[in-house]
Design a protein around this ligand. Structure first.
Ligand SMILES: [Zn+2]
Length: 301
């Protein structure tokens, strides 16, 4: 009971003026010790680099975006992601050896960079450094988030690595979204590693720009299964106007070949930030009415 209660009590303390001063002091410290970000999203206007602004799409043209997750443990393999079209976003593990370097290189190309923030899943046997868990205090979460932003200052977004336990906990997600919002200039992408995730709806209630993954392209590594997932991604985009997919470093070569077929299928690959629903956020009621909440695909932990 205590390990569960303690974080919530700490959260109440975090909301106090004294705790806010501590957070402000930490942020000042962070500014002093880190390089300035290459660019950060302004949550009120959702800006993006000029060269990534897409021309007006043809009426009815479906849009797709894709993120490469889990980058940072194998530079020579993961750097292949830099060869993909520049609309492809990169999600780097902030505590990994090569993640910060790949983020830096990707940002110079104008890509969206995400912090692939490790969160508690069902299997805690092989966890990343800095994993957010239920047993931590709010201040520990703040510190992990601050550390991640120092390691990857180019990040404009955050998505969850694993997290099937944590993203299903409403109060934990309330903590997280408040902390991310307090950092400013960031959006959240719910990787949806569990159909029980409340991350998307909690982010909306918090007023944080948020997106949601629809398809894992390479959860199953056999090519016919990946092709089926790719076809499903296109089908969803055509049906709903847009769809976000996640892929992983082991399928980069396959993905490069498949992405080159999108235009001929009448689907446009766009930067992830193009799909940020700023208008939806402005009139958010906190209700879970997004199309992604329906017909979820099976997903890994
Ligand atoms: Zn991951």
């Amino acid at each position: 009971m205590m390990p569960i209660l303690l974080p919530w009590l700490s959260w109440l303390m975090w909301m106090s003026p004294l705790a806010s001063d501590q957070v402000a002091a930490r942020q000042e410290q962070k500014v002093a010790t880190s390089e300035p970000p290459v660019y950060r999203l302004d949550t009120s206007t959702i800006t993006r680099p000029d060269h990534l602004i897409q021309p007006a799409r043809r009426p009815g043209q479906a849009q797709v975006a894709v993120v490469i997750d889990d980058l940072g443990h194998n530079f020579s393999r993961d750097a292949m992601a830099l060869q993909l079209p520049e609309a492809v976003a990169l999600a780097v593990l902030p505590g990994s050896p090569a993640g910060p370097k790949i983020a830096e290189m990707g940002a110079k190309q104008g890509r969206s960079i995400l912090i692939h923030l490790p969160m508690q899943g069902e299997d805690m046997g092989n966890t990343e450094p800095g994993t957010l868990t239920m047993g931590m205090s709010m201040s520990e979460w703040q510190q992990h988030l601050a550390d991640a932003l120092i390691a990857v200052p180019q990040a404009t977004g955050i998505n969850n690595h694993q997290g099937s336990v944590l993203t299903a906990e409403p109060l934990a997600m309330q903590w997280l979204m408040q902390a991310i919002k307090q950092e400013g200039g960031l959006f959240f992408l719910d990787s949806r590693t569990t159909s029980e995730s409340v991350a998307y709806r909690t982010a909306r209630r918090t007023g944080l720009p948020v997106l949601s993954r629809r398809v894992f392209l390479d959860h199953e590594t056999e090519e016919p299964a990946m092709q089926a997932a790719f076809d499903e991604w296109i089908r969803l985009a055509r049906r709903e106007g847009q769809a976000i997919a996640i892929a992983h470093p082991h399928s980069l070569e396959w993905l490069a070949g498949r992405l080159s077929t999108l235009e001929s299928q009448g689907v446009t690959l766009v930067p992830l930030t193009t799909l940020l629903p700023s208008a939806v956020i402005a009139r958010s009621t906190g209700q879970s009415d997004a199309p992604h909440e329906r017909a979820l695909l099976p997903s890994p932990q």
